[in-house]
Design a protein around this ligand. Structure first.
Ligand code: GLA
Length: 383
């Protein structure tokens, strides 16, 4: 409702415009969140859909099943609204999802080699759900869990708080982990994802959001002509099962050099062993600057629409994945098939397999410590 229509409506109910103005300012400041039913899980639990709106920001829908970002609506340079994230029209799509289309991944995002790690001298066995490795927290990782949702109201409007308590031994991980993720919008077009976690016993943790973006609109062909700039001087090369070798390899003179904007497709099929292993880009880049500080990690521009995505994170790395496993079999929310390379992901993270790589930044969380992670996906328009 516009400002003047609301004043008019309230005035009709006998309130003075001055009172209404005050009420209006409180009601409209910052982000507003509407919640509605989104169906029931197979075991009968009610799932909700939360829609976040704010002037200057994309309209973002999020469900508390897996914390999925269900849609992200943003204008192109002519003002035409498009949905820039891949996903499904209803809950059934999400309960059957095997591609992690926008969910909150945990307890350990990305791969752990041979589905096992040691911590303080004890060996922990995980499920191998990706060849010999564990991927994205295992078959019943955080993406498949129902998170407890709360809408909190503050000076800057509403925020969505999602909470999940992962029991000791769940998917093989030690310690009861309490994870909280707060989604909010900024007036500069940013979707902020703020993560925190504590544990009652030593464990490993690596949380991320796995949104798939196509800035031309979900289902609108491939992302090969999107231009990417990555704030990374090095990446972590992998073996044939996509486990890092341990090396930090300079991107200079490789198809992994995105220090200046380059079309994603320009070198994606180059004769390069790393690209062969990934079937395209599916690699962790070392984000320039100090981990812990929120800094620019990536910028993507889709020239036809002008839509531009910037990603900022506090994490040491970002997995750049070009949807190489999509094959057109999954049909998205508007009925269009999701083609191979029909989207890209920028997953903020600790490096893959850190629990087995002593030289990588540690992913260990101990009792009394707090895990923190913040990521911002900011949408704007390049004229
Ligand atoms: C991550 C992985 C990919 C793939 C996707 C989900 O990006 O690195 O290899 O598993 O998740 O399909």
């Amino acid at each position: 409702m516009t400002h003047s229509r609301r004043i008019l409506r309230l005035a009709l109910f006998g309130l003075t415009p001055i009172l209404c103005l005050g009420a209006e300012m409180t009601a409209q400041a910052g982000t507003r969140i509407e919640r509605k039913a989104f169906g029931k899980t197979k075991s009968g639990e009610s799932v909700e859909l939360f829609t976040l709106t704010r002037a200057g920001a994309p309209k973002v829908a999020i469900t508390n099943l897996g914390g999925y970002v269900v849609s992200m609506l943003a204008p192109d340079r002519t003002g035409r609204i498009g949905d820039v994230t891949l996903g499904f029209k209803d809950l059934a799509g999400y309960t059957g999802d095997t591609s992690y289309f926008g969910c909150l991944v945990g307890r350990y995002a990305n791969r752990i080699a041979k589905a096992a790690f040691s911590l303080d001298g004890k060996r922990y066995a995980l499920s191998a759900n990706n060849g010999p490795n564990s991927l994205h927290g295992g078959p019943t990782g955080f993406c498949s869990r129902l998170w407890t949702a709360a809408v909190k109201s503050g000076k800057d409007g509403d925020t969505l708080e999602l909470k999940y308590v992962s029991r000791d031994g769940e998917e093989g991980y030690p310690g009861t982990l309490t994870a909280t993720v707060v989604y909010s919008l900024r007036e500069d077009g940013g979707l902020v994802i703020d993560y925190s976690a504590t544990s009652d016993a030593p464990t490993v943790v690596n949380l991320t959001n796995h949104a798939y973006f196509n800035l031309a609109g979900e289902g609108e062909g491939t992302i090969l002509d999107h231009e990417l700039q990555l704030e990374a001087d090095a990446f972590t090369p992998v073996d044939a099962t996509l486990i890092p070798t341990g090396e930090l390899k300079p991107v200079a003179e490789t198809p992994f050099d995105f220090r200046k904007p380059v079309a994603i497709g320009a070198r994606i099929d180059a004769a390069d062993e790393q690209l062969k292993f990934g079937g395209g880009y599916d690699h962790n880049f070392v984000v320039r600057g100090a981990p812990g500080a929120l800094r620019l990690a990536a910028r993507v521009v889709e020239k036809k629409s002008g839509r531009t995505l910037e990603m900022f994170t506090t994490e040491p790395g970002v997995q750049f994945y070009t949807g190489n496993f999509l094959d057109g079999k999954v049909v998205g929310k508007a009925g269009k098939p999701y083609l191979k390379r029909g989207a890209f992901c920028l997953e903020a993270q600790h490096y893959p397999d850190s629990p087995n790589q002593p030289d990588f930044p540690s992913a260990v969380l101990r009792p009394g410590q707090q895990y923190r992670q913040a990521t911002v996906y900011r949408l704007s328009v390049t004229k």
